[in-house]
Design a protein around this ligand. Structure first.
Ligand code: 5AD
Ligand code: FES
Length: 357
């Protein structure tokens, strides 16, 4: 029925409120995921290794202008201990995420973390980086050190909306150039958007999905926008926030992206679970195939709150692992323990490139 969706179809689905129709959409999207990327869900343990950030994105809880945040930076030993724990729990990959820092001490820390994680896991742990905008040289340096996937959300594919949500010195074009340089270097490249942003329209969301296709993206991470108490957005704007509506749109976006792009990896964002206790399972049931369990040491978690109501703030990683396993089972899926679960889209691109040589 839903074979090749058109932008017009997607727009209609974004406005669909009938739960029975939505169930049908989600079922189709889950079936599409099973057909194109397989039945498994892959875990990427995420280490939120620091909240010092040079950027001042209006919506974000750890933006540089928020003086109420206690800033922290994990040491190399702490980062490697967290990665070792992920490896022992048989997660296939880890994600190193932090606020944006471009100083040499930070670049070196990440380089050493990459080399250390490769060494402690005998090269078995896959490593995704999510460390914002950096120079092409830095991306190359980290690629050589063992990073092979990179997540950099475009946040919105609409340059005008991007300008409304960011200070004047943050550049949409620079961010897009970063995504393109990551791809050129050879990273499996991930991007995504926030859903239900102030001033965002359903047309914007359709354009976001077309942007993922146009930029030939391998991995998608997107979730509902949730206001933060210290956000720089006017209260009159954040007051309009409708959690349930953003949640519904979040699931519809996962389903439409799955049906439209088919063979990419799509994460069930933690922000889904900040709104609905079963949000991540619902994400899987709507077509997502990646979950990112939080493996940040508990003592730092409270200081890495990008939005309100982030779940699992005081759960130690081993408890999270059991809990998420149950959640995935409840969603009728199995976990690809110890597997990389690379995006089929990326593997296919690579194969085609080889055949062309
Ligand atoms: N609500 C939801 N997601 C947010 N992010 C930042 N602030 C918020 C918020 N208030 C997302 C951004 C960023 C990712 C790490 O977290 O999309 O890229
Ligand atoms: Fe962390 Fe459930 S996912 S306690």
């Amino acid at each position: 029925m839903l074979n090749k969706l058109t932008p017009g179809d997607m727009l209609v689905w974004l406005g669909e409120k009938d739960p029975r129709k939505l169930e049908e959409l989600f079922r189709e999207a889950r079936a599409c995921a099973i057909e194109h990327v397989g039945p498994k869900v892959y875990f990427r343990g995420i280490v939120e290794l620091g909240n010092i950030c040079a950027k001042d994105c209006a919506y974000c809880g750890i933006r540089s202008g928020n003086t109420r945040v206690k800033r922290y930076q994990m040491t190399i030993e702490e980062i490697l201990a967290a990665a070792r724990e992920a490896f022992e729990m048989n997660y296939g990959s880890v994600v190193l995420q932090a606020g944006e820092r471009q100083d040499e001490a930070f670049l070196l820390l990440i380089e050493e973390a990459l080399q250390g994680i490769k060494a402690l896991s005998g090269g078995k742990l896959g490593i995704t980086l999510s460390l914002g905008e950096q120079s092409a040289e830095t991306y190359e340096r980290w690629f050589r050190a063992g990073g092979h996937r990179y997540l950099l959300r475009i946040e919105t594919s609409d340059p005008a909306l991007y300008r409304q949500l960011h200070p004047a010195d943050h550049s949409f074009d620079a961010r897009l150039a970063c995504l393109r340089s990551l791809k050129r270097i050879g990273y499996q490249t991930g991007t995504g958007v926030m859903i239900g942003l102030p001033w965002q329209t359903h047309e914007n969301l359709v354009s976001d999905i077309l942007f993922f296709e146009r930029e030939n993206i391998d991995m998608i991470g997107m979730g509902p926008y949730i206001p933060h108490v210290d956000s720089a957005l006017p209260k009159s704007v954040t007051d309009k926030y409708d959690a349930q509506e953003n949640f519904r749109l979040g699931l519809v976006m996962i389903a439409l992206t799955r049906l439209f792009l088919k063979d990419v990896n799509i994460a069930a964002a933690t922000a889904l679970q900040a709104i609905d206790p079963t949000g991540r399972e619902k994400g899987v049931m709507a077509g997502a195939n990646i979950i990112m369990p939080n493996i940040t040491p508990v003592k730092y978690r409270g200081d890495y709150q990008l939005y309100a109501g982030k779940p699992c703030l005081d759960e130690d990683p081993r408890k999270c692992s059991g809990c998420l396993e149950l959640r995935v089972r409840n969603a009728g899926a199995e976990i690809g323990y110890g597997e990389w679960g690379d995006p089929v889209h990326f593997l296919r691109k690579k194969k085609t490139a080889k055949e062309c040589k």
